[in-house]
Write a protein that binds this ligand. Structure first.
Ligand SMILES: Nc1ncnc2c1ncn2[C@@H]1O[C@H](COP(=O)(O)OP(=O)(O)OP(=O)(O)O)[C@@H](O)[C@H]1O
Ligand SMILES: [Mg+2]
Length: 373
């Protein structure tokens, strides 16, 4: 039970866990890494940060950037995990919280699969342990009848446990984490025993800004986390490179035979998202109303990916205005009344006025918005 052993995936899984997808990079980093590693870490904090932000190793291996953004934020996150403080990644939807959490667990513990998905229905058993009821009824509580949850498994193996959407979990269930984080112990009263965390154990939680207030974290719990707020990308260029990189790798794994050379299309999609999200055009001249929908980088990624699929299967293989228009409409107009009016205004006042955006204007107009019908 000392080394985590996630099962080897079949060749055709739709989405491999990060530790498999990037196994070659992780192995090259481990080989090149001569810095001290905290107990049970597969890599040193320096190598983990390089894995996240990308770089070129002395042997020439290129490490692709996973997170595009501030190096300091990632250093703070990694440094916190090397202490006894847990890490809370906070931010608006689509700011790569889950993505970073998965990559951190993959790089540090070699296993990103010890995950609790937080919902309003998450119970204490999901965090701690449950029972195999057949064994429990037949033989009473015993170690064999105990079904450890992800946190307990991480404690036993000295790995990272991930808790997604922490703030959606009911407050009393969240509180069961306090003992785990402060005492590093999980009591099992039924067996009159406990599990003590081995060195290397820690927790990465993610939480969405917008859920705040639903079940605000108790201060007792919050104190045990280092909070790192992941921001929306600073600049248009940063966001364009995030979308380009993610779409290329998604397109490759879906084997979409389409051409992504059309960077200009990505730039336009990202521009639309940023302008509507920020309520102002990129030149700062026109203020806009923002729709109710979350227009994060994640939405831009899915608009371009669906455009890629449309172009591959029903178009000429090159992503154009025509292929992204429907995705844009779907991403922006979530509320058929208010958002449709906002979209319509945006098309008329901004898109229409840009000479080189004529094709996008027409493609969007051809779809209608619902406001005119
Ligand atoms: N700064 C960034 N660097 C790299 N990828 C990013 C960045 N921002 C967003 N992404 C991409 O956006 C997608 C969505 O990210 P993710 O699902 O992790 O968001 P999230 O913050 O967990 O959102 P939610 O609050 O909805 O759970 C991922 O594919 C990720 O690669
Ligand atoms: Mg998430």
């Amino acid at each position: 039970m000392t080394t985590p052993s996630p099962t080897t995936p079949a060749d055709d899984v739709l989405r491999a866990h990060a530790e498999y997808e990037y196994a070659a990079e992780l192995a090259a980093l481990a080989a090149a890494d001569d810095r001290p590693r905290p107990p049970r870490w597969q890599l040193s904090p320096w190598a983990v940060t390089t894995y996240l932000l990308g770089g070129t190793l002395t042997d020439g291996t290129v490490i692709t950037p996973k997170y595009i953004g501030s190096r300091r934020l990632m250093e703070i996150a990694v440094a916190s995990l090397a202490t006894d403080r847990a890490l809370l990644l906070l931010g608006v939807p689509g700011t790569a919280k889950s993505w970073v959490s998965e990559h951190l667990a993959a790089a540090i513990s070699g296993d990103s699969t010890l995950v609790v998905q937080g919902t309003a229905g998450t119970t204490e058993e999901a965090i701690r342990y449950g029972w195999n009821y057949a064994s429990l009824l037949a033989a009473g509580p015993s170690t064999d009848a105990l079904v450890p949850g992800p946190v307990m498994r991480a404690m036993r193996t000295g790995s990272l446990a991930r808790i997604e959407e922490l703030t959606r979990i009911p407050a009393d269930v969240q509180d069961s984490l306090i003992t785990v984080l402060s005492e590093k112990t999980l009591p099992i009263p039924e067996l009159d025993s406990e599990v003590q965390a081995r060195r290397g154990f820690n927790v990465i939680a993610t939480a969405n800004d917008r859920d705040k207030g639903v079940n605000d974290l108790s201060s007792a719990l919050r104190r045990r986390f280092t909070t790192v707020v992941l921001p929306l990308p600073d600049s248009l260029d940063d966001e364009v490179s995030i979308v380009t990189q993610r779409v290329s790798s998604l397109g490759a794994s879906l084997e979409l035979p389409a051409d992504l050379q059309s960077l200009s299309e990505i730039r336009r999609v990202v521009t639309v998202m940023r302008e509507l999200r920020g309520g102002v055009t990129v030149d700062g001249r026109t203020t806009l109303k923002s729709p109710s929908s979350t227009l994060s980088t994640a939405e831009a990624i899915s608009v371009v990916t669906s455009g890629l699929s449309l172009a591959a299967h029903f178009g000429d293989g090159v992503v154009g205005a025509h292929d992204v228009a429907a995705g844009l409409l779907g991403a922006v107009v979530k509320d058929p009344v208010q958002d449709a009016v906002i979209w319509d205004e945006y098309l008329e006042t901004v898109v229409r006025g840009r000479p080189d955006w004529d094709d996008l204007y027409r493609a969007c107009r051809d779809l209608g918005t619902g406001a005119h019908r």
